[in-house]
Design a protein around this ligand. Structure first.
Ligand code: ADP
Length: 268
């Protein structure tokens, strides 16, 4: 049964993956999924289009990656060589896997206990045909949860790294400190901090207003001895792009293969 897959399965699947990056946030709603998806898009269109990227969404509480990439409702298929990810582009440079693809409807929710979440993560790592990837970006749930512990356990042999997304209030949030503490306890390297929703650029005058302040992410990075990777302003245009992504670019190789569709029941 898939739940008893040896870690050798994960090793085989991830053999062609160069860099694994976990995207973390102290709490929900700070833009972790937005950053994950935009990062995946820009990496997969960088390097003259030569980079291949995987994006794994394991945010059970709100799998928003399919919607953000205009892939809502795309099926995951079972091939003779494992689950086929959904490709966001025709060139198949961005492979996406999300628990959202396995839900019957966008509004379905998943209420699972730890062991089942652990089994799901094992299957996403050990059963998906990721292929050769320059980057595998993992959008994790907010905070630190069972999912993070499972991920770090399974991924430790592949030396993953992480980055943290915060808002300008970063310095005052205990959740951020808990996330940082987690990375230290499990020796997960943290590349640095991104401050999202940092000020508002008025579309009429292009001047920046600091709605929720500015600089908390940078101050947190400084205080904790971390790299500050940059800030992203609040951008109404980004909300439109993210929340109303059109379903036009999606391609599923599996459709050509004529294979079986995978559903939540297949996670054992
Ligand atoms: P998280 O993954 O941390 O829960 P999301 O990435 O889902 O957060 O973002 C939460 C909401 O905020 C989404 O509706 C998203 O479109 C919006 N959002 C994220 N970043 C920005 C930004 N820089 N400007 C405007 N809206 C944003």
């Amino acid at each position: 049964s898939p739940s008893t897959l040896p870690d050798a399965a994960i090793a085989r699947r991830l053999a062609g993956v160069k860099t694994i990056l976990l995207v973390l946030s102290g709490k929900g709603g700070v833009g972790k999924s937005s950053v994950s998806s935009q990062l995946a898009l820009s990496l997969s269109s960088s390097a003259g289009g030569a980079a291949r990227v995987g994006l794994l969404d394991i945010d059970l509480t709100g799998p928003s990656i399919p919607r953000m990439l205009g892939l809502d409702g795309s099926p995951v298929h079972q091939s003779s060589d494992g689950w086929v990810p959904v490709y966001a582009d025709r060139e198949q440079r961005l492979a996406v896997m999300s628990v959202g693809f396995l839900l019957r409807s966008r509004n379905d929710s998943v209420v699972w206990r730890g062991p089942k979440k652990n089994a799901m993560i094992k299957q996403f790592l050990g059963d998906v045909r990721w292929g050769e990837l320059d980057y595998l970006i993992v959008d994790t749930p907010p905070g630190t949860s069972d999912e993070h512990i499972s991920l770090v356990e399974y991924l430790a042999p592949f030396s993953p790294v992480s980055l943290m997304v915060t808002t300008p209030q970063a310095l005052s949030l205990a959740d951020n400190l808990r996330s940082l503490d987690f990375t230290r306890k499990v020796s997960l390297p943290l590349l640095g901090v991104i401050e999202n929703m940092s000020g508002y650029v008025c579309p009429h005058c292009t001047e920046c207003t600091n709605v929720w302040g500015r600089g908390g992410g940078e101050a947190l990075a400084q205080r904790e001895g971390l790299a500050f990777l940059g800030r992203i302003p609040i951008d109404p245009g980004l909300v439109r792009v993210l929340d109303d992504a059109k379903e036009e670019a999606q391609v599923t190789v599996a459709q050509e293969l004529g294979v079986e569709k995978v559903s939540l029941e297949d996670i054992t």
